[in-house]
Design a protein around this ligand. Sequence first.
Ligand SMILES: Cc1cc2nc3c(=O)[nH]c(=O)nc-3n(C[C@H](O)[C@H](O)[C@H](O)COP(=O)(O)OP(=O)(O)OC[C@H]3O[C@@H](n4cnc5c(N)ncnc54)[C@H](O)[C@@H]3O)c2cc1C
Length: 474
Amino acid sequence: MTNEQLDQLQSNLRGKLIKPADEEYESARKVYNGMIDKRPDAVAQCADVADVIACVNFARENKLLLAVRGGGHNAGGLGVADGALVIDLSHMKGIHVDPVAKTALVQGGCLLKEVDHATNAIGMAVPSGIFGTTGVGGITLGGGLGHLTRKYGLSIDNLLEASVVLADGSYVKASATENPDLFWALRGGGGNFGVVVSFLFKLNPAGMIYGGPVLYDISEAKEVMTWYRDFILNAPENVNGFFAFLTVPPFAPFPEHLHLKKMCGVVWCCTGPAEKSEAALKPMRDFKTAALDWCGPMPLPALQTMFDPLMPPGLQWYWKADFVNELSDEAIDLHVKHGNKMPTPLSTMHLYPVNGAASRIDNSDTPWNYRHANWAEVIVGIDPDPANREAITNWSREYFNELHPHSAGGAYVNFMMDEGEERIRATYGDNYERLAAIKAKYDPNNLFRVNQNIKPAPIEVKVAFAEPPGVHAN
Ligand SMILES: Cc1cc2nc3c(=O)[nH]c(=O)nc-3n(C[C@H](O)[C@H](O)[C@H](O)COP(=O)(O)OP(=O)(O)OC[C@H]3O[C@@H](n4cnc5c(N)ncnc54)[C@H](O)[C@@H]3O)c2cc1C
C-alpha cells in the first residue's frame, strides 16, 4: 500500500490505522500464538461499523489482501497476514444484555471473559469456550465448544442473529428469517462470508456452576480414561467434563508435592443446583480418590478464566485435531503412550464431549458436520521458548498420526492450523458444496480468504441459444 493510499484510508476512519513505521505496529501485528510472525501493511483498529465498511470497500477497490481479527486466538494465526490490511475489531466491545428477552447483543471484538462478566450479572451465559481470552468472533463462527456444550449446545446453536458487512460493502442482518442462507453458513463456516460486527445470542441459566479440575497421576491414565469414556457417554446432560493430559504448574496454589508432575484428569462443569450436581458426580468420587480435587460450586466466570494466567499471549502453540466417534481400548492405549511423552510443561491434550444438546441438531442444519461425533480431540504442543518449536510440533504430529486412524475423519475448524483444502473439505463433508455455493453468492471474488477458506463454487454459465429462423429439427 502506498502512503497516499494509507492516508486516504485513514481519512475515512474514526479508529486508528497503524502502519509499519508506527510505534504500536509491533504489538498491533501480534496474535496470541507466538509462532505466528506476520507483517501486515496496515492494521485498522476499527471504532465502529462505518470503519469496517470503509476498510472492506478500500480493500476490494484496491485489490488488497484483507484479514479480519477478532480475539487473535486462532491457532494458525488467521487473524493476520503478510502484506494485508487487517480489520482489527478489538476496539468494538459493546455488550447489551436484555434481561427480559434473555439475549445478549455482543460486538465482534469482545472476548469471552467480557461476555461472561456481562451475562453472569443476571445469572445467565452464552455457551462458548473454556478460556476467557478467546475472541467471540472466531470461536462463534467456527462453532464454539466448551463447558456448557452438553447442556446448551454450541455457541452457534444459541446464535439468533448476526449483523454482517459483506464483501460488496453492504451491511445486512442474517437470521432464520433474513438472509437465511447466510445465517446457515455463518454457523460454522468461519469468517468466509463477511465481517460479523455483532452477534445476538440467546442466554441460558448458568450463574453458579459445580465444577473444576479433578486430577490423577498419569500412571492411572488408562483406568481414568476408560472410566471417563463410559461415564460421560451416559451422564446426564447438565454434567460436562473434558478429559485432559497436563503437567501441574510449579507454583501456588498448586500443592507443592504435585509440582511439575504429569497428570491426567477431567475439568467438570455441571449446571443446576449444587446438591444435584454433586450427586451426579458421586460416581466420579466413588471410582477413585483423586490427587487433586478442586471441583465445587463457583461462578461460571471463575471456571472460564481459571486457566487464563497459565497461558499468557505470545507462547509457541502447535495444534492437531480430529473428531472422535469411539474411544476404543486400543485408542486409549495410544493416548496413554503419547500423554506420557508430553514434551513441555504446558503441552496438553483435551477431549471435549459433543454428545448431548449439540448432537440433537442435524448435521445439515448448520455447516458443523460432526454433530454425532462423541468428542472433539485436540493435541497441543505449547512452550514459551521458540527453541522448543520443533519438539512441540513433532510431539503433536506423532500423537495425531497414531490416533488419526481411530478418528471420525475431519477436525473442528477452530482447532486446526493452516492445513490446506483437503482437511477443510474433510471437516465440512457433505456441507462443503452448499457452503461453496453460498460463498459464491456473498463473496464471489474470495475477498475474505484469510481463514479456513471455502472456495466460491464456479458460477454456472447458462447461455440461451436462439434458434435461427427457418431452421427446425425434424
Ligand atoms: C487458549 C485457547 C483456548 C481455546 N479454547 C477453545 C474452546 O474452549 N472452545 C473452542 O471452541 N475453541 C477454543 N479455542 C479455539 C478458538 O475457537 C479459535 O482459535 C478461534 O479462531 C478464536 O477466535 P478469535 O476471534 O480469538 O481469533 P482470530 O484469530 O481473531 O480469528 C480467527 C478467524 O476468525 C475470523 N474472525 C474472527 N472474528 C471475526 C468476525 N467478527 N467476523 C468475521 N470473521 C472473524 C478471522 O478472520 C480468522 O479467520 C481456543 C483457542 C485458544 C488459543
